[in-house]
Design a protein around this ligand. Structure first.
Ligand SMILES: [Zn+2]
Length: 133
C-alpha cells in the first residue's frame, strides 16, 4: 500500500521510494544524528547538489520562530511573569531540546515538499509489497 507523503516525512523515509530511511537511528538519543548519503533502498543521493542542505536552514528558522513564539506566549500566560530571566531560561532550554527535531525535520521538509526535482516513484514500494506477498 502506498505511503502518504506526510507519513513518509514523519517516519523519515526517502522522498523517492518512501521505503528507505533518510536518517540512522531515532531523533533523540545519545548518538549524534547521522544521515545516509544515499537511500538504502533506491539509491537516491539525498544531497542533490553540494550545499543542498543550507536551504534547510530556512525551514529550521521557521520551525524555531514558531516554537519560540508559541512557548514564549505559553510561558507568559502560565506564569504571568515580567522577569526576562524566566523567558530566557525557558526559551534557551526549548531551543536546545528542539534542536535535534529541527535538524531532522527541516531536512525532511526540504526533501519532501521543497525539492521539485525529487519525484515519488511508487514502483519501488510496489516491488517491495510483491516481495512480501
Ligand atoms: Zn529511496
Amino acid at each position: 500500500m502506498a505511503t502518504s507523503r506526510f507519513t513518509a516525512m514523519v517516519q523519515s523515509k526517502c522522498p523517492k521510494c518512501r521505503v528507505g530511511k533518510v536518517f540512522e537511528g531515532p531523533v533523540y538519543g545519545f548518538k549524534k544524528q547521522k544521515m545516509h548519503e544515499h537511500c538504502p533502498h533506491c539509491g537516491l543521493k539525498f544531497e542533490v547538489e553540494p550545499g543542498y542542505f543550507y536551504a534547510a536552514m530556512y525551514v529550521s528558522y521557521a520551525f524555531s520562530v514558531g516554537e519560540v513564539v508559541t512557548l514564549g506566549l505559553t510561558t507568559a500566560m502560565l506564569t504571568k511573569s515580567e522577569s526576562p530571566w524566566v523567558y530566557v531560561s525557558v526559551l534557551f532550554a526549548a531551543i536546545l531540546i528542539f534542536a535535534p527535531f529541527n535538524l531532522r525535520y527541516s531536512r525532511l521538509v526540504l526533501l519532501h515538499y521543497l525539492s521539485p526535482k525529487i519525484v515519488y516513484n511508487p514502483a519501488y514500494q510496489e516491488r517491495l509489497d510483491k516481495e512480501i506477498d
